[in-house]
Design a protein around this ligand. Structure first.
Ligand code: HEC
Length: 204
């Protein structure tokens, strides 16, 4: 096995993590490795940026501004763009299919107010807790990250939940008008937190 993989995993294992907002500790990183929280944060920055580019420069431009194509669940059969959530999930599935990753991370898009009930089913109690924190305007963590850990199938994971914001009119126009919205659904507007990006990193 690769040496740098060992030092990285070793440093992940030595972490002390808290179920609240916390700054990464300089002392928890070691030669050749970064703490789980920093790895998750870096992944979030990439995912968030790609998501913003797809929403603003592709969907919002072509669907909402220029009206040349629609974005629709049935994109494969309807000559439509993938919904931003589908685009995101396709990426996550690609990552899942990579074998021998140095860090076996996974990620998904979730919300307290899911339009897709399949998304709702995937929530663990920790994810419920984190989503509630980052997407409740009354909570001090609103719009910030939530971090914690959970055990799944006897294995420990670092979990980071990061705000997913309404970065383009396409976001709230589509969600606010969607037929799947439940009675308690918020009226989203620019920059509101609509859900969370959930990133899981194994700790050993
Ligand atoms: C054209 C319609 C449309 C647009 C544009 C759109 N969404 Fe969605 N969004 C959906 C639908 C439908 C789902 C459920 C799709 C799925 O999971 O397959 C969804 C899923 C989500 C989810 C996961 C939870 C859920 O509702 O199931 C979040 C969070 C989310 N969208 C936020 C956003 C944000 C933020 C934007 C802008 C960057 C955006 N959406 C743009 C329709 C849209």
């Amino acid at each position: 096995m690769h040496h740098s993989k060992y030092t990285l995993l070793a440093s992940l294992g030595m972490l002390t993590l808290h179920s609240c907002k916390s700054e990464p500790e300089a002392s928890s990183s070691s030669e050749g490795g970064y703490p789980a929280e920093q790895v998750a944060e870096a992944l979030y920055q990439v995912l968030k940026s790609d998501r913003k580019v797809y929403a603003q420069k592709i969907v919002n431009r072509l669907v909402n501004k220029e009206g040349v194509i629609k974005a629709h669940e049935e994109w494969a059969s309807e000559k439509a763009l993938l919904l931003p959530a589908q685009f995101f999930r396709e990426g996550a599935e690609e990552v899942d299919s990579i074998e021998g990753k140095a860090i076996d991370f996974t990620y998904s898009l979730q919300s307290k107010w899911p339009l897709n009930m399949e998304n709702a089913k995937k929530k663990t109690p920790k994810v419920e807790e984190g989503l509630a924190a980052v997407s409740d305007p009354e909570n001090p963590l609103y719009g910030e990250k939530w971090t914690g850990e959970e055990e799944i199938g006897g294995k420990k994971f670092f979990v980071g939940i990061y705000p997913d914001r309404a970065v383009a009119p396409a976001c709230w126009e589509c969600h606010n008008d969607h037929e799947n919205r439940q009675p308690e659904y918020p009226e989203f507007k620019k920059n509101d937190v609509m859900g969370g990006i959930v990133i899981r990193i194994p700790m050993n």
